[in-house]
Design a protein. Structure first.
Length: 235
């Protein structure tokens, strides 16, 4: 199984997904030609516009990207693809549409068979067993919290250590602490901006300048960096 899971799509001072371009090239290599794009997390962003925005990035790298929202049968359209890219946006909307189209099971099957998968923000969330560690507002009933279940742990993308100045609500850590209190067997990875998890078979590594925060019930929360082996997360 091959996954490239990004916390986010935009870094201040850089273009959309620019920070990830060398990692896309290294991950997909020269064997991938056609990438199926899943735009369903886009809500206020028109899907045609979303497709064009992502195409600009991948075409520059030499890949042809087509969006599944054009397809009358998106499940069958996966047969035309060498890889899958799932864009960010609202995770509840994304999961709703994945369930509605039948893509939840179809994408999982393809990835388990070896098709490379990349996603950012919501697209990384859905690689987990459920959407329950998303930061998003539940704007639609997804008809089930289950997602692709490609990794056995949960990701919290856009992880922040502190609240913005002037905001006195729950910190991200407090929210995740609540989650593991009720889901004691589940590990959560707080993935900071500009961070990427790369999975190659039974190996997982962290890419980027920041550490990731590991949340496990009954253990002190701790940090791991890009020199550490995170493969235990897959067990």
């Amino acid at each position: 199984m091959r996954l490239l899971l990004l916390s986010n799509s935009k870094i201040p001072g850089l273009e959309y997904l620019e920070f990830a371009e060398p990692h896309f090239s290294d991950f997909f290599g020269k064997t991938v030609k056609n990438i199926a794009f899943v735009p369903y997390a886009g809500v206020t962003l028109n899907w045609d516009e979303y497709e064009a925005k992502v195409q600009k990035v991948f075409h520059k790298l030499g890949y042809h990207l087509f969006s599944l929202h054009h397809e009358s049968d998106p499940v069958s359209a996966l047969e035309k693809a060498d890889a899958i890219a799932v864009g960010g946006g609202n995770t509840f909307k994304l999961v709703h549409d994945l369930h509605h189209t039948g893509l939840t099971k179809a994408i999982r099957k393809k990835v388990l068979e070896g098709m490379p998968y990349t996603g950012w923000s919501a697209g990384s969330n859905v690689a987990c067993p459920t959407l329950r560690t998303t930061n998003d507002m539940p704007i639609i009933d997804p008809k089930g919290f289950e997602t692709l279940n490609l990794v056995p742990f949960q990701i919290n993308p856009h992880y922040l250590d502190k609240n913005p100045e002037g905001f006195a609500g729950e910190t991200r850590e407090e929210r995740i602490r609540e989650f593991i209190e009720l889901n004691k067997e589940v590990t959560v990875v707080g993935l900071r901006e500009g961070s990427i998890l790369r999975v190659e078979g039974n190996k997982i590594s962290l890419i980027g300048p920041h550490t990731a925060r590991i949340f496990r019930y009954g253990n002190p929360f701790y940090e791991l960096g890009n020199q550490d082996d995170l493969s235990f997360l897959l067990k």
